[in-house]
Design a protein around this ligand. Sequence first.
Ligand SMILES: [Zn+2]
Length: 94
Amino acid sequence: MSKAKCTNCGDVIESRHQYEFVMCTCYVEASDKVIAFEKTHGKRDDEFWKFVKENSSGFFLDGGEVYTRYGGNFSHIEWISTDILERLEGLDDE
Ligand SMILES: [Zn+2]
């Protein structure tokens, strides 16, 4: 489960299912220029994806418990669910 708070608009958003795409109120893709992209295979076929977009506001979450995909302005993301942090730590164990 991915759950996080936007420090810009205050929304708490949560992706509970694989195809549940959620975004905060202030989420804006100011540019469709992808300035960074990362996809890493972890344990249990989990995938970790992140998109960084220039001049974005807020963020989106997707993937529920199957994978974690998020994008937007990373400085606006305050993680509540620790799932994603555990996955990141888990990648180092292999
Ligand atoms: Zn927001």
